[in-house]
Design a protein around this ligand. Structure first.
Ligand code: CA
Length: 517
């Protein structure tokens, strides 16, 4: 019923759109089918941490169901080729806030402190008359700037009983973090904002970040099920560079006792600990005495890891449902753009790994779904190359605010309207900096097109080329295959062109300097 109404509204507005009549978009964004002028759209940016698109049923997940996240895709547009510029937590957030690549926004790795004095899209939206708020994971060390309201986790924040930093000081909460962040966000929406102004709310979860602690209601979800294994769980890294062989992020060897729940969290209340021990202790005992080895042990660890990861997502899904329900009940849904994304993808046992960092598909790709009633056709799918670099520009465009020339991405509003510009990008640029560091993933930059991916591990001067059509799992680099010599030449030129375009050719390639000890 709702979907039908949205579709008919979409067709009605699409037929009347100012853009199709060649009028400026700023007029279009403010026009309305109603007699009274319509307020500019509200924006709710739902952002999670480490949620791979292949754990969302709208993206065809083989391992879980996410009915509430799917409501966003069903009611709007699912982007199948949204990619991060640098696959790690804080840098992705800094790119989104600034619309600039990592080498220009002060946060190339998780180590730096975000320069809160610089230009960000929340500041610009606030100047344009929006109320701005952020609830949840911030992870940029400095205090948030550009927000009328902020309640953020301290650093990574815990899964249970989170203290939240606010302008008035730290506030303690008892309960499960995903639930609490939703309570705070809903309280702001219902009781604390100025209802006369359009708003932009960043509602940002810690989940499903490592170490994947499920909420009390989901501790036993999947107890009697076996999660399907990915095709590449036992990847041997043949036919790739030395980088793939020297990383430290395998399910087999690098999950620790906290990850595997062989020891309980330290900050639980007695009631929480009792529920926790009921879920994990008997299995710990079975594991310790079972004597599993080799592939059997990898399989056990994979199940342990993946069930907890998916349980965390189940809480996210439930809580996103609470927010969507409130939007429906309050009447806000009709004029609110709802976006779901996560800071990067993640390895769900793919290539034998957990974690992210690489330019390989599973961590490069971000989930990105946008529901914009009356503008985006319900159930639409877009396959253009887009990036988190484009989010700031898109939010500003939705609000009919000017996009500063220093931002490096491009508004996705035309794509959301179903009209990709003919000069849309045909390649994306990527650069990962955090090495030497945990998980030992070599620094690399590269270029991806719809068909190919060229990666340069520049500290060791090794290259990989993947033909994504012939080899979607990226198991065989064809960099040295003479049949691909022209492709290598063409992509090296394209990589250089992108590095010039993004002002990425200077000393920042080695920024921050490698540790010498
Ligand atoms: Ca992350």
């Amino acid at each position: 019923m709702n979907q039908k109404m949205n579709r008919s509204r979409f067709l009605q507005i699409a037929g009347l759109s100012a853009a199709s009549l060649g009028l400026p978009r700023s007029l279009y964004a403010r026009e309305s089918t109603a007699a009274a002028p319509k307020q500019r759209p509200n924006i709710i940016f739902i952002f999670t941490d480490d949620h791979a698109s292949h754990a969302i049923s709208a993206y065809g997940s083989k391992i879980n169901q996410t009915p509430n996240l799917d409501r966003i895709a069903d009611g709007g547009m699912r982007f199948d080729n949204c990619f991060c510029t640098n696959s790690i937590c804080a840098p992705s957030r800094a790119v989104i806030l600034t619309g600039k690549h990592s080498h220009l926004n002060s946060v190339p790795t998780n180590r730096e402190t975000f320069d809160g004095a610089q230009q960000t899209f929340p500041k610009l939206l606030r100047q344009a008359g929006y109320q701005t708020a952020i609830v949840g994971k911030w992870h940029l060390k400095s205090d948030p700037t550009g927000f009328d309201f902020w309640n953020v986790l301290i650093g990574q924040g815990p899964y249970y009983n989170p203290p939240l930093k606010t302008p008035e000081g730290v506030v303690k909460h008892t309960g499960y973090t995903t639930d609490i962040l939703t309570d705070v966000a809903l309280d702001w929406l219902k009781n604390k904002r100025d209802s006369q102004k359009p708003f932009m709310l960043m509602y940002q979860h810690k989940a499903p970040h490592r170490n994947w602690q499920p909420g009390p209601g989901y501790l036993h979800m999947y107890d009697d099920q076996t999660i399907p294994e990915p095709d590449t769980l036992f990847d041997d890294y043949a036919n790739r560079t030395s980088a793939a062989k020297t990383q430290e992020m395998t399910v087999e060897r690098h999950l620790n006792d906290n990850d595997l729940k062989l020891i309980p969290p330290k900050n639980l209340t007695p009631e929480q600990l009792e529920a926790w021990n009921k879920a994990y202790d008997p299995k710990n005992e079975a594991f310790r005495t079972a004597g599993l080895q080799g592939k059997d042990l990898v399989r056990w660890k994979y199940q342990r890891y993946m069930k907890d990861y998916l349980r965390c997502i189940a809480s996210v899904d439930e809580n996103v449902g609470r927010v969507l329900d409130y939007l429906d009940q309050s009447g806000l849904a009709d004029n609110t753009v709802v976006i779901y994304s996560s800071d990067q993808g993640f390895y769900l046992g793919d290539h034998g790994w957990f974690d992210k960092r690489w330019m390989y598909e599973e961590s490069l790709r971000m989930p990105f779904m946008v529901r914009w009633p009356g503008v985006t056709a319900p159930g639409a799918v877009n396959t253009d190359l887009v990036q988190n670099l484009d989010f700031a520009e898109t939010f500003l465009d939705i609000a009919s605010a000017d996009i500063p020339s220093g931002m490096q991405g491009r508004s996705l509003v035309p794509l959301l309207q179903g009209r990709t510009p003919s000069d849309w990008r045909q390649s994306i640029y990527y650069h990962y900096f955090e090495f030497p560091a945990v998980h030992s993933v070599q620094r690399h930059y590269g270029v991806r097109t719809q068909r190919h991916k060229l990666i340069h591990y520049y500290l060791i001067d090794e290259w990989e080329l993947f033909d994504l059509q012939a080899d979607p799992h990226e198991l065989k680099s064809v960099y040295n295959d003479p049949a691909y010599a022209d492709t290598v030449r063409r992509l090296k030129a394209e990589l250089h062109r992108l590095r010039v375009q993004y002002k990425a050719t200077g000393d920042q390639n080695l920024f921050p300097p490698p540790k010498t000890e």
